[in-house]
Ligand binder design. Structure first.
Ligand SMILES: C[S@@+](CC[C@H](N)C(=O)[O-])C[C@H]1O[C@@H](n2cnc3c(N)ncnc32)[C@H](O)[C@@H]1O
Length: 215
């Protein structure tokens, strides 16, 4: 039995090497294609990454249309300045500017920042309404924003919650996409599954923190 398995494996590996020898062009082309895809991915996903500690790294993944709509539902009735932390290609910023917000997209990846700026110019959006800054949001003072949107990663939400609690004004609302803040109680939520979004009001978060500290 073992012999027959070995014979089959030997036969398969012979077939594979014969296949590679017979079609060197196909093999080279598929190798080049995979290398190209990997190169493109690293080009778009990695610039700026070296500047962030490994535990705070978040890759690029765009919001879906439904997720974007859910964010906008949770921003209904609000106005003022909005910061998107990790703005990617700018889609959340563009959706928010269409609702009258003055937006800043903070993005560590210079290629995505450039792309969002070009798209913004192309859409004719004035820079006073939407600006894209190639900047690490961990090193940015966010105290002037009364609306903040985040689509990041589960591992950074607790640390980010502490930063936002320190810096944001009492009237601020934070919208989290896909990954909720582990220590915060949401005021509202929209959608489900991968498109779920949560709204947190800073005055409520602070009140609950104070109550918890008094117990
Ligand atoms: C999951 S994507 C979300 C993109 C966009 N907000 C959207 O909803 O389509 C997260 C983005 O955050 C960016 N990012 C990660 N860490 C960052 C940091 N410290 N400062 C600024 N941008 C960061 C990544 O480059 C990536 O584009």
């Amino acid at each position: 039995m073992e012999d027959s398995v070995e014979v089959i494996l030997q036969h398969k590996s012979c077939e594979l090497s014969r296949h590679t020898e017979e079609k060197p062009l196909v093999t080279a082309a598929s190798g080049a294609f995979l290398a190209g895809v990997y190169g493109l991915w690293t080009l778009f996903a990695l610039p700026g990454f070296r500047k962030v500690p490994i535990c705070l790294k978040v890759p690029y993944l765009p919001s879906s249309r439904t997720q974007t709509q859910n964010v906008m539902k949770l921003l209904r009735g609000r106005a003022g300045c909005l910061a998107d932390l990790g703005s990617g290609d700018g889609r959340l910023v563009f959706a928010a500017t269409a609702k009258g917000f003055h937006c800043t997209g903070f993005e560590i990846n210079s290629i995505l920042t450039g792309y969002a700026r070009v798209k913004s110019n192309w859409k004719g959006i004035p820079s006073s309404t939407a600006s894209f800054v190639n900047q690490d949001f961990w090193k940015t003072d966010l105290s002037k924003y009364n609306n903040v949107t985040v689509f990041l990663a589960p591992g950074v939400m607790e640390v980010l919650g502490r930063k936002l609690e320190k810096e944001l004004p009492d009237e601020a609302r934070v919208i989290a996409c896909r990954f909720p803040f582990p220590d915060w109680t949401p005021t509202a939520t929209e959608g489900e599954g991968l498109d779920q979004t949560w709204a947190y009001d800073m005055n409520v978060i602070r009140k609950l923190s104070t109550q918890a500290a008094m117990k």
